[in-house]
Design a protein around this ligand. Structure first.
Ligand SMILES: Nc1ncnc2c1ncn2[C@@H]1O[C@H](COP(=O)(O)OP(=O)(O)OP(=O)(O)O)[C@@H](O)[C@H]1O
Length: 448
C-alpha cells in the first residue's frame, strides 16, 4: 500500500486528513515538521502532504529540506492561505502539487494518486542532467558533468581520476543512475580494501572447496552486477596477477569462478576510478598498458577542491543544511569563516569538508560558526597561505635552482613556525607524509 505521511502541527487537521485517506493509503501523521522530514527520508514514504504555516519551520522549508536531502517521493502542499506566488515557490522547490482548502475526500485522494503517478513517470523518463546530487558551480566541473552525461548515455567504459575525497564514487553512481542500466544493480568493489589473495574470489566468485575456507560456492561482483554497472574503485591497486583476468572479461566478457570450470559471461558496464597516476604505473611496469587502454575509453578527471574555490562555500552550506537537523539549530558560517575555508588547501577534499561541517554543527553551540570555531590546523594552514603569498616574492633574476632552494627554505621555516614548532602538525598542514616532512625539513633548514 502506498505510504503517505502528513505533516502539520495542528492535531485536528492531521486526524481530519487521515480520516479522508485511510481507506486508500497507509497513512502516518507527524506533528513536528523536523521529525516528519527525518521520517520521510528513513521510512521509504511515497508521498508527503505538508501544510504551509507551522511554528517550527514552514511548509516551503519542508519541501526544500526534503529535496536537498534526496527525497524522491511526491510532495503535496495543502494550504488555506495560498496565492499564486506561494504555489509557484512550492513548485520551484520541488512540490509535485499544491491544493487549497477546503479538502474534499474524493478530490484529495485523486490529486494524491496523480501526484504519485507523476513522480513515478518523472523517475522513469530520461533525466535532464547528471548534475543533480553533485553540487558544483565551477565551470570546469559543469563541463566535466556534461561529458559524464554523454558518456553515461553512450554506455562506454569510463575511468574516473581524482584525489581522495573528490567525489569519484558519487560520480560513478550518478553515471549509473543516468544510464540505460539504471534499473539494474550498481555494485562497488574497492580493490585496495581487499587482500590480494581474496580479491579474485570477490570479483569472480568461487566454487565450493576452491580454497581452504570456501565451504560453499559464492558469486562474485561481476555476477552480482548482472547487466548493471560494476564500479572498480582504486583500480590502480589491482595486482598484476589479476590484471590479465580482468582484461579478459573486458575484452570477451568471459570469466570463471575461482576453482570453477564453467565459462560465465558478464554483461556489466565497467566504471573504474583511481587516485594514482596510471600512466606512471604503466611506465613502471606495475599496470598493464592494454588494461589501461581498455578501461580508459572516456576519461573524467575530477579537480581537487582547492582548484574549485567557489565550490567551497556552496558545499559548506549544502552540508550545513544536510546535517542541521541533527541539532535543529539554525547555523551558518560567518564570512570570515568562509574566507578561511577558501584559503585552506583541503588534502582530503570534499570528504574533509563534509567532516568539518559535521563537527562544527555538533561542537559550535551558537547560531553562527566563526573563523575561530574552525579546527586549529585549518586556521593555521589558511593563515600560512595568506602570509606566505604576500611574503614570498618571485625573483626571476635568479637561476631556477637557487630560487627553488630559497622558496623551500622560506616555506619550511614558515610552516614550522606557524605550527608552533610542532613538526607533526606542520607535516599535516603541508599535506606531506610525516617522515618525508622531517627528512626534507631537516635538509632544507640545515642549509639556512
Ligand atoms: N560535488 C559534490 N556534491 C556533494 N557532495 C559531494 C560532492 N563530491 C563529493 N561529495 C561527498 O563527499 C564525500 C566523498 O565523496 P566520494 O566517496 O565519492 O569520493 P572518492 O573520490 O570516491 O573518495 P576515495 O578516493 O577516498 O574513495 C561523499 O560523502 C560524497 O557524497
Amino acid at each position: 500500500m502506498t505510504k503517505v505521511l502528513i505533516i502539520d502541527d495542528i492535531p485536528s487537521f492531521l486526524h481530519e486528513v487521515r480520516g479522508l485517506l485511510r481507506n486508500e493509503f497507509s497513512v502516518t501523521i507527524c506533528q513536528s515538521p523536523i521529525r516528519g522530514i527525518r521520517r520521510a527520508l528513513d521510512d521509504g514514504v511515497d508521498l508527503v502532504v505538508t501544510t504551509l504555516v507551522m511554528r517550527e519551520i514552514n511548509g516551503l522549508e519542508v519541501i526544500q529540506r526534503l529535496r536537498s536531502r534526496g527525497f524522491q517521493g511526491a510532495i503535496v502542499m495543502v494550504t488555506g492561505f495560498g496565492d499564486a506566488s506561494t504555489a509557484q515557490e512550492a513548485t520551484r522547490l520541488g512540490a509535485t502539487d499544491y491544493i487549497t482548502r477546503p479538502l474534499v475526500a474524493k478530490e484529495l485522494s485523486s490529486r494524491l494518486r496523480r501526484a504519485i503517478e507523476k513522480t513515478e513517470a518523472d523517475a522513469h523518463s530520461p533525466l535532464e542532467t547528471i548534475q543533480e546530487g553533485i553540487r558544483t558551480c565551477e565551470p570546469k566541473m559543469v563541463a566535466l558533468l556534461e561529458l559524464a552525461h554523454i558518456a553515461a548515455d553512450a554506455d562506454s567504459r569510463i575511468l574516473i581520476l581524482g584525489e581522495t575525497g573528490t567525489g569519484k564514487e558519487l560520480l560513478a553512481h550518478a553515471i549509473h543512475r543516468y544510464s540505460r542500466r539504471s534499473r539494474e544493480p550498481f555494485v562497488v568493489i574497492n580493490c585496495a580494501a581487499i587482500q590480494e589473495n581474496l580479491l579474485e574470489s570477490e570479483l569472480f566468485g568461487h566454487e565450493q572447496g576452491a580454497f581452504t575456507g570456501a565451504i560453499q560456492s559464492r558469486i562474485g561482483r561481476f555476477e552480482q552486477a548482472g547487466s548493471g554497472t560494476l564500479f572498480l574503485d582504486e583500480i590502480g591497486e589491482i595486482p598484476l596477477s589479476l590484471q590479465a583476468k580482468l582484461l579478459r572479461v573486458l575484452q570477451s566478457g568471459e570469466f570463471y569462478r575461482v576453482g570453477g570450470n564453467r565459462k560465465l559471461h558478464s554483461q556489466a558496464r565497467i566504471v573504474a576510478a583511481t587516485n594514482q597516476d596510471l600512466n606512471k604505473r604503466v611506465d613502471e611496469g606495475e599496470f598493464r598498458a592494454d588494461l589501461f587502454y581498455s578501461l580508459n575509453v572516456v576519461n573524467l578527471n575530477l579537480p581537487p577542491l582547492r582548484e574549485r574555490p567557489s565550490d567551497i562555500p556552496l558545499l559548506a552550506n549544502f552540508f550545513l543544511e544536510r546535517f542541521r537537523d541533527k541539532t535543529d539549530k539554525p547555523k551558518k558560517f560567518s564570512s570570515d569563516a568562509i574566507s578561511v575555508l577558501k584559503r585552506y588547501n583541503w588534502p582530503g577534499n570534499i570528504r574533509e569538508l563534509e567532516h568539518l561541517v559535521e563537527r562544527s554543527i555538533i561542537l559550535v553551540q551558537k547560531p553562527i560558526i566563526e573563523a575561530a570555531d574552525l579546527p586549529s590546523q585549518v586556521r593555521a594552514a589558511a593563515d600560512l597561505k595568506s602570509d606566505f603569498n604576500s611574503e614570498f616574492e618571485v625573483d626571476t633574476g635568479l637561476p631556477f635552482h637557487i630560487a627553488k632552494d630559497r622558496f623551500e627554505q622560506a616555506y619550511f621555516r614558515s610552516i614550522v613556525e606557524r605550527a608552533g614548532g610542532n613538526y607533526s602538525l606542520a607535516a599535516r598542514m603541508a599535506g606531506i607524509e610525516r617522515t618525508a616532512f622531517f627528512r626534507k625539513a631537516k635538509k632544507v633548514l640545515s642549509t639556512t
